[in-house]
Design a protein around this ligand. Structure first.
Ligand SMILES: [Zn+2]
Length: 530
């Protein structure tokens, strides 16, 4: 790496500039035009979904994280976590999309003069393109907290990086004007912005607190005022005016006109905003671009709805379990009680086995979810092995940090009973586990799966277990040991002739898998915006 000009944020350097601590009462009131999402009634002038350009939207298989305006053309660039860059009305100067990054890209910045841009990664790495030259990075340095934002020097000959703890790193012509490094913050810093003359900057914290340095003047903040959703980004308007945006699209304007917010118009969280010559734009993680106040809408990116999500699928039992009783019979701790490692499962009267059904539906489900952009992990990848034990099945979803997990089974109920049941966890604390944190989300997941499985498969809810297709249990290791939202589905009753006929029909299994996918997708999408 090239020579680095680094000024570490430290206690000795703190305190310059006007600051408004996030935890203290704000020293200025919000501009009269400031509005939260709850009070906004302005409709965006264009949304990515409504624009005729949707037919030519480029697709990204990685989340969008940042935007930068091209002052030369009025266009803009969007950056994705993998370093991909998408140009709209602006020249393409290159990307890191073909590289294998050790740390995700978290933003893109462009100078108000010049023809190029920089991208910054969470580890402090900097990637430079076009006339935006490389002036150093923190990529080879251990950081206490990840880098969360970047601001360009207006002359194009330097930049600042800011870390979540408020530490500021300055490079090239970008001078150090102070930092919050070493100061206790109630909420982490999430972004920074350059004063138009290049001799100062602002930082914004997740609670909307603003910290101003150098010529960047304090014009108000949301620090001390509850906001519905965490702040994610800010942009300068003048040396005494700026705007910030929250994850739900709430727009807060200080010293500058308010022209609408994106609340209610986003499918995924807002991640960035830009202030071109006229108006402003809000950018969502799914690549949508909402333009306000006359900012031209030049296009957007399509990110499939499940990109960034990881789903753990656990097809119950296994084809080799029946011939390995010693292995599957050994005792394991299921979270406060001893159960056997695994079991053989049931089968229909015509000997269609549960393990084969489970694996088939799981495979179909994995295909549907991957088609939506999800990362899928399976607890077993064939139907001829043994196990794994139930605790290992839970551990696989936990290790993957799955955003949703599901175990797939077929029930061995009474011959006269029909229907499916979604089994949700009861809170269980044991010497090796505590699933209380995932119970509320698991109930949401269960309700969503119940609704969509019924609709897609036509299968009734269970006539012999639970209520309305929902059963809550504390005696299943797979649920007790989970640290991620999880349910277990008994898709139908293999002992019942009507259910058995459906389960042996590949067309019905595809419909069931689609219903499970719809339920999981609806759950995940509903949790996208914090
Ligand atoms: Zn089973």
């Amino acid at each position: 790496m090239a020579a680095v000009t680094v000024v570490l944020g430290g206690a000795a350097l703190v305190g310059e500039g006007q600051t408004s601590s996030a935890g203290q009462a704000s020293t200025s009131r919000p501009h009269p035009h400031a509005a939260t999402g709850a009070t906004s009634v302005t409709t965006p002038q264009a949304t990515s979904r409504a624009t005729p350009l949707s037919s030519v939207r480029p697709t990204s298989s990685h989340l969008i994280v940042g935007v930068a305006d091209d002052a030369a053309t009025g266009g803009y660039w969007l950056a994705a976590t993998n370093g991909g860059v998408f140009s709209f009305g602006a020249p393409f100067y290159g990307s890191a999309g073909a590289l294998s990054l050790t740390s995700p890209v978290i933003g893109v910045a462009a100078p108000s003069s010049g023809t190029g841009y920089w991208m910054d990664a969470a580890d402090g790495g900097v990637f430079s393109y076009g006339s935006a030259r490389f002036y150093g990075s923190m990529g080879a340095t251990h950081l206490n907290q990840p880098v969360v934002g970047m601001a360009a020097a207006p002359d194009g000959q330097g930049y600042w990086l800011v870390a979540a703890d408020g530490g500021v790193f300055s490079f090239g012509s970008a001078r150090f004007y102070g930092s919050m490094g070493g100061t206790h913050l109630n909420q982490p810093i999430v972004a920074m912005a350059t004063a138009p003359d290049g001799h100062g900057y602002w930082m914004v914290a997740a609670d909307g607190g603003i910290f101003s340095f150098g010529t960047a003047r304090f014009a108000g903040s949301m620090g001390g005022t509850p906001i519905a959703s965490p702040m994610v980004s800010m942009t300068p308007v003048s040396d005494h005016a700026y705007r910030m945006v929250a994850a739900d699209g709430g727009l807060f304007s200080f010293g500058a006109p308010f022209a609408g917010s994106a609340v209610g118009h986003l499918a995924r969280a807002a991640v960035a905003m830009s202030s071109p010559a006229v108006g402003y734009r809000v950018i969502s993680a799914d690549g949508s671009v909402l333009s306000f106040g006359g900012a031209p809408d030049l296009g957007s990116v399509y990110v499939p709805p499940l990109v960034g999500q990881t789903v753990a699928i656990d097809p119950g039992h296994n084809g080799g379990n029946g011939s390995n009783p010693a292995f599957i019979g050994r005792p394991v701790d299921g979270g406060g009680f001893i159960e056997s490692c695994d079991t053989v499962g049931t089968e229909t009267a015509s000997q269609y086995s549960e393990h084969a059904f489970n694996f088939d539906v799981a495979t179909r489900l994995a295909t549907v979810l991957r088609g939506g952009g999800a990362t899928v992990v399976l607890t077993r990848t064939n139907d001829i092995g043994v196990g794994p034990c139930v605790p290992s099945r839970a551990a696989i979803g936990n290790a993957a940090r799955a955003t949703a997990a599901i175990s797939i089974h077929g029930d061995g109920g009474p011959v006269t009973g029909r229907g499916f049941q979604v089994i949700e966890p009861l809170p269980v604390v044991s010497s090796i586990s505590d699933n209380r944190a995932i119970v509320p989300a698991s109930l949401q997941l269960g309700a969503s799966v119940r609704t969509h499985l019924a609709a897609a498969s036509g299968e009734p809810t269970s006539t012999y277990a639970g209520s309305d297709g929902i059963v809550r249990r504390s005696d299943l290791g797979g649920l007790n040991l989970s640290t991620v939202p999880k349910v277990l589905v008994e898709c139908a009753n293999m002992q019942n002739p009507v259910d058995a006929a459906a389960m042996q029909d590949p067309t019905w299994r595809q419909r069931a898998a689609q219903g499970l996918a719809d339920g999981i997708t609806s759950f995940l999408v509903s949790r996208e915006i914090p």
